[in-house]
Design a binder for this molecule. Structure first.
Ligand code: ZN
Length: 382
């Protein structure tokens, strides 16, 4: 029996939505494109809902401009995620032909959501901040403003007493890297659990957390930039209230409070592993900082199979670091252990999961292992 499929209805008019509809006449292969970031040519993040699916049939979606995206080499080995309820997300068969990224869903329901990675919504962000503020010892220390006027929450766990180490974690400078805020949610979950590792850490350190550095970009479904088209993780040498108020806010707060450890949480499009990048190319890099980086990596490796030290970015030559990156700028300004933590859009190939790939849940769990790592290192940071 031949089933005649009806054209689908596509929708991305919601938080973090991004898709442009090119042609829906063939419901077996709906043709789409990814929209570029506002005031920027970057694009890679996509997120949309398809309605009118025929259960029991395969529906294919083609992102026709994927070959021209910001990281077009990253599509090979990548599988898109889908969900019927926006809670359970799973990987679906995906192929890249050099031009188009095509993924297929064997439909079980009449509507489904698709995305580059499990999205972290602004509504969930707002709930997270409220939940964090209810945890004893956690306060909303300051609130910045994005270009479009969205709140940028800075949370502090601890009392800010003199002598405490100051541990900073920021996430989602690159707004399409939603795993970064899932990671921060996992960290806040651990604070709420208030277990032995948390108590050990907070006895001698305060945590400063910015769960979402780029709320405009995240809400608008950007990959890389803020509303002004600026890459925030290239703005740490010349941040301004006008162009990059998000970075300006974080830097101002860091100057006021001080920094003894900085972790900038990201996602990497291409590399199928969790890894960190350090400050080896900074002018002020020292054997002390190298030893701290090594201790962090070795300890985290011993605590989780979802981290490794073999794969990552090429090392910077001595003195050749790009000082516009947060990790390098903060490490140099505060002479502290400073790392970029990268989680994959694909999977962590040392411990692959065929159903979910790298996921929100694994991002949250990794945060717990990072918290335990930092707890063992507090006394060594200065
Ligand atoms: Zn990034």
């Amino acid at each position: 029996m031949t089933v005649t499929l009806s054209p689908l209805t596509l929708d991305c008019d919601f938080d973090a939505g991004n898709i442009q509809v090119l042609d829906t006449r063939d419901p077996g292969r709906t043709r789409l494109a990814i929209r570029a970031d506002t005031h920027s040519d970057h694009f890679q993040w996509f997120h949309f809902k398809a309605s009118g699916l025929t259960p029991g049939q395969i529906h294919a979606f083609s992102l026709d401009n994927a070959g021209k995206s910001s990281y077009n080499k990253a599509w090979s080995g990548y599988q898109a995620v889908a969900s019927y309820d926006q809670r359970q997300w799973f990987r679906i068969p995906t192929r890249f032909d050099g031009q188009a990224l095509v993924f297929e869903l064997y439909a079980q329901h009449a509507q489904a959501w698709f995305a580059y990675f499990e999205p972290y919504s602004r509504a969930r962000h707002n709930q997270l901040i409220e939940r964090a503020r209810q945890i004893p010892g956690v306060e909303l220390l300051a609130t910045g403003r994005s270009v479009e006027g969205r709140d940028i929450a800075l949370l502090r766990a601890g009392d800010g007493a003199p002598g405490k180490r100051k541990i900073w974690l920021i996430a989602q400078q690159h707004p399409g890297e939603h795993m970064a805020e899932w990671f921060l949610e996992g960290l806040i979950d651990r604070l709420q659990a208030n277990d032995a590792a948390v108590r050990q850490l907070l006895a001698s350190a305060d945590l400063y957390l910015i769960p979402n550095m780029n709320p405009d970009g995240a809400f608008r479904g950007h990959l890389r930039t803020n509303f002004n088209g600026k890459d925030l993780n290239r703005a740490w040498q010349d941040a301004s209230i006008e162009h990059t108020p998000e970075v300006f806010f974080a830097q101002t707060q860091m100057k006021q409070q001080g920094v003894d450890l900085f972790l900038d949480v990201h996602g990497d499009e291409e590399i199928p592993f969790v890894f960190t990048a350090g400050c080896e190319g900074n002018p002020g890099y020292t054997p002390r900082l190298a030893a701290l980086e090594n201790t962090f990596r070795t300890t985290l490796c011993s605590l989780t199979a979802d981290f490794q030290t073999t794969h990552g970015y090429p090392l910077d030559a001595p003195g050749k670091a790009n000082m516009a990156l947060a990790c390098n700028a903060v490490g140099e300004a505060h002479d502290c252990l400073s790392l970029t933590l990268e989680m994959p859009f694909k999977d962590h190939d040392d411990a692959p999961n065929a159903v979910t790939g790298w996921s929100a849940e694994r991002s949250r769990a990794l945060a717990g292992a990072v918290l335990e790592t930092v707890a063992t290192m507090v006394a060594q940071l200065r």
